[in-house]
Each structure stands twice: as C-alpha cells, then as structure tokens.
Design a protein around this ligand. Sequence first.
Ligand code: NAD
Length: 682
Amino acid sequence: MPINIEINDKIAIITVDNPPVNALSQAVRKGLWEAVERLDADDAVSLVLLRCAGRTFIAGGDVTEFDKAPVEPHLPDVVGRIERAKKPWIAAIHGTALGGGLEVAMGCAWRVADEAASLGLPEVSLGVIPGAGGTVRTPRLIGIKAAIALVTGGKPVKAAEAVRLGLIDEVLSGDFQSQAIAFAKRTLSASRPGAVSDKRIEESFVTNWTKIEKEVEKSAKGAHAPVRALACLRKAATASADEAVAYERETFLDLRNSNQAKALRHVFFAERAALKPEDLQGVFPKPVKTAGVVGGGTMGAGIAAAMRDAGINVVLQERDAQALAAGMARIESIFSASVKRGRLSADEAAVRMAGVSGTTDVADFSEADLVVEAVFEDLDVKRAVFAGLAESCRKDAILATNTSYLNPEDIFAQLPNPDRGIGLHFFSPANIMKLLEIVPTRATAPDTLAAGFALAKSLRKVPVRSGICDGFIGNRILKVTRAQAEKLLLTGVSPAEIDAALKDYGLPMGPFAAQDLGGLDIAAFQRKAARARGETVFAPIADRLVADNRLGQKTGGGWYDYQDGSRHPMPSNIVAGIVAEIRNEQGRAELPDGVSLADAVLLPMVNEGARILDEGIAASATDIDLVKIHGYGHPRWRGGLMYDAQQGGLSAAVGKIRRLFEAGLAEAPSEHLIAAAEAGRF
Ligand code: NAD
C-alpha cells in the first residue's frame, strides 16, 4: 500500500511510500482521499501529520500518467478535500516538494520542511501550469509578486527562502522525522489557521498587469505556459477562489494537450532515457573522485569548474608555470563570476577553488580516476599528451579527449590499452552547457563508456553518444546551419533578416550573431582542414571576412559592425559590399515560394540529421534533439530539431528541401529523410 496510517496520542501519521519519489499516482491520490474520510471519522484523531518514506516528500506528478487521460480522484479534489478536512493536516517536507507535491502541502493547515528541502512549481517546464490549486493558493500564501516568480519561472526555492516567503511555517533542524512529530505534538494545542483558499490576496503589487505580462512573455521566449500561468494568477487575484480554481483547471487541461506540452514531455523523457543507455545496464563504472584536466584554456578551465561543482577533486596540468597560473586564474574567475551573480557564496567558492591543485608535471595524475585532455586542437600535440598520460596514470584510469573535430581513434592510436580511451566532448562554457557528447572508439571498453555516462550524470549534464565523424553530431549540423545562412544571403536578404527569422523561431541568437560572438577564425581553420581533405565547403563570404580580419566581436566587426567595444550588432556596409560582389560572381538565388527563411536554414539541418542517423552516428532522432537543445539553444518547447520537423510533417519538409535544392540553395533530400517521410516518422 502506498499510504500507511499510524495513530498515536491523537496524532495520525500518514506515510506515503511510493518509491522512488512518492509520485502522486492514482493509488496515492485515492489513498489520501480515503485517509481524509477515515481520519475525519475517527474520534481518537485530532491532527494529521503527512510525511513520506524514502528520500523525498511527494516529488510531483506520476510521469507514467503524463500522456494518459486523467483518472479519478483528481488532484484538485484531493487537495481541496485535505484543506476542508475536519482534522487539520501538517505537511512534513523533506527532499523535494514539487508541482503536485507542493500543491498537496498547500492544502494542509501547516507546512514544515527539512533544512535541505526544496519546494517549487516547475509545471511550466513541462508546458503546463500547476493544475491543483497552485496558482490560486500560492498568491494567497506568499503574495502575488512572489507567486508570479515561483509559478511563471518554475524554479524551486530552498527551505530557508520558502519560510521567508511564507510558503512554509517552519524549517526544522536535526533528525527531520522526529522533529516533525515533535512539531505535531506542539501543534495539538495550537489554533487552526484558516484554509489557504479563504485568505485574501495582498494586492498592493497588482498595479500594471500589462507590464508584467510583457515581462513574462519576454522571458518565456515563445513558451506559452508561463504566460497562461500568469493569466491564472491574475484570475486568482481578481476573482473568487472557486472561479480561479475552475479557470486554472480549464487552462491546465487545455495546455496538457497542446503541442508545446507534448514537445516538452518528449524532451523530459528523452533526458531521462539519455542517462540510462540500455546496452550499459548492469555495467558499473568506478566512481570518479579525482579527475585530471590537461590544459587550462577556455575548455579545460570550464571542465575543471564543472568537476568541482560536482564535488570532484581536480588536478589541473599545464605546459609551464605561466600557462598554469593563467589556467588557475581562469577557474577562479568562473567561481568569482558565480559569486557575483549570487549563485555561490564566497566561502563555497573558496572551497571549490581549494579542490583544484595545479601542476606542470603529469606525474601528479597518479591518483586520478579519469583525465580529460583539453589542449590545442592538434593531433601531434594531443598524441604526445596521451603518451605522457599512459606512462603516469593508473592503468585503470579513464583517458578522455575533448577534441571537437579530430578522430579520437587517431588520438588514441598509440595508447598501450586504448580500451580506456574515450571522447568526452564538452560545450563552451563547459561549466554551464548541459550537453556532453560521448564518443566511444571501436576499442572503448563498456565500463569506460559507462564511466562517461556516469560522469555526465554526476556533472548534471545530458549525455548523448555520438559516432565518429567530422564534428560529431552537433558541430556537423552546425556546419550546415552556417552554410545555409550564408547561401541565403545570395537571395538578397541581410544577415539581420536571417538572424531575426531564427530568433522568431525561438533560437536565442541567429547564426550570424552567434558566429560573431564565438569568433569566425575557428570555423575558418576547420574549413581549411576540410578543404585539405578534398571536401568542398561553401563559405565564400565568411572566407572574405576572415581574410579581412573581420573575426567577430573581438575584432570590432564580423557579420556585423560593433562600435567602440559594444556587443550590439549593427548592419555593416562592408559586409553588404562583399555580399554584393559574391552575388555578382555566383549569381543571384531566389528563395522558393512557400519556403520561409527559417525553413531554409532548419530543414537542411534536418536533412543532415537524417544522414547522421543513416550512418549510425546518432542512435536516434531524439538524441539529435537533445544535442540541439542542450548544446545549441534549440528551443526546448519545440521538442528539438528532428521532433519539430516530424510534427510539421516530414513529407512537407522533403518537398521544401527539394525546392531549395532546385533553387541552388540546399543539398537534395537524403534517402533516409525520404524514407522517414514515407514512414511518417524517423
Ligand atoms: P585553448 O587554446 O583556450 O586552451 C588550450 C590550453 O592547452 C592552453 O592553455 C595551453 O597552454 C594548453 N596546452 C597546450 N599544450 C599543452 C600540453 N602539452 N600540456 C598541457 N597543456 C597544454 O583551447 P580551448 O578552446 O580550451 O580548446 C581545447 C580543446 O577543446 C580543443 O581540442 C578544442 O577543439 C576543444 N573544444 C573547444 C571548444 C570551444 O568552444 N573552445 C568546445 C569544445 C571542444
């Protein structure tokens, strides 16, 4: 039974026991409903303490019910029943109380939490809103301003903040379960507070809803749920609780079936599955307690910081004392930036930094469980590094390369035991970006591969396995993005128009602004290598910009002009002139009717994704979705590049790609894409 009840000295203790996270399955909802009925009728009971077994309070809804029709008893009714119970309830929260879990707690007369607990209403991240009175009770408890932040932002708060807001009554320290019982005993003689639903909302903040709506819409970046959640809060602030509950339910049910919610559920399940590859079930890698990082440049410093954020000790190695000092300073500045943003206390930053020891000697890697190499992108330099690592590391240490474009098999070719070699491709900034492409070679052992996935989990990253090809999954598609954007300039549209079209689609930045931010030199270097291999790469305009030392923001100009160190892109007459010249040389192209600028960039990327699937570089279209979302800012609410194309209809996509091909603006649709269109799915 997921619900156990024990009665002692007038206090009924309900323990929800529904492993692993006490989700609100139908059985739990029914059990809670029946508990109210039973305890209300029991004269021996004056007070009810609701708590959970295991590692957490009710962590949220039951994910296995997400895609199914709602079944009774519905959560809003259960929470309402608890709120109106004759015997008052106390929620004792440890671990996390998210979504429906927090809504249940808000139906209780009192809420207490463990010091380490976190509480929140993250429903918007799944494209819905709190659907069991969350938008109605939260503003009544904590005021409308704090409720707007909690509900539309979806970010949880820690117990200390929750008590400050008024979301809970007390934070308990010491052994939580016994402290919760002690709280219940103290509360036996307390008078019952009025039901949360009956409270009036403090309205002083509610002055300019239109302004707040604009702010929420802006930060939602195309996602509907935060905006709809705000509408519910507005209703809660201006109508009766009953009316607001009805409006919330209607909004919830409407959003639940929306395309965005479906896309967000797709991503949610994809992320969960990504951490547990089926072929690695039962393979248990050794935990990583100490990691080595070779190279303290942009990536090495970010990787070291990410490791420290996960509690892993780091040995950072550089080629000489000066480079080492620069690398250590880079790591330090990552932590101090977090302190400035209020994400980390100064003390914690000092602890993180203290866990990094710097060296110029590879012999200091003797304790490391795993070493990540992040030196210059040069095969000989990397091979020399691994020769040194093979000598100085433990024989069972995992040896990883962060190469972006080189073949890890070439890098590990001279390793005496290449079964422990693997590509771990982080994205910049490595302490922030969630994607980790995991690139096994033919020699990589299963436990080495499993160690890559386990590391991703401990770094709270999203791992995606990639086969070996130029650029792996993500950067291979990125090359197509850039080439397409550049080809479109031949139709006479400006970089700003193309960037705007992709921002409208939901990307945080258009392809030209992104190149200016990252710098045009790295891609130019890769084009040179690709051409040396005999590949043709379309980049006549980018090549000209690089030749003219227009490398992006860092040189004051790239695809745009940047005046006086500003980061604000301004249209560039120089670029317009270069584009005009190249158009004269190459001939003008016409965007086919019915194909938008965004289509002309995104659909050829989908076509490349289909080739990647065909070659087995990515195991599934879903993996490509995760790469785009977590490595390149593809809007989560679109479900990813491939998912979105599939929702839009793959036959239509093939038709548009064909027309782009005929206009000289894209490659022909791949066999794999055509076959997927016939099947209706990837
Ligand atoms: P970087 O130039 O910023 O840093 C390289 C560092 O390696 C330098 O500090 C250098 O002193 C050090 N180094 C060079 N040779 C060394 C040696 N033999 N021993 C110890 N240290 C040595 O380069 P980066 O941007 O950090 O890139 C590093 C690697 O990560 C490259 O393989 C790159 O392709 C890859 N990568 C880069 C990005 C990115 O966005 N910058 C993203 C993913 C992967």
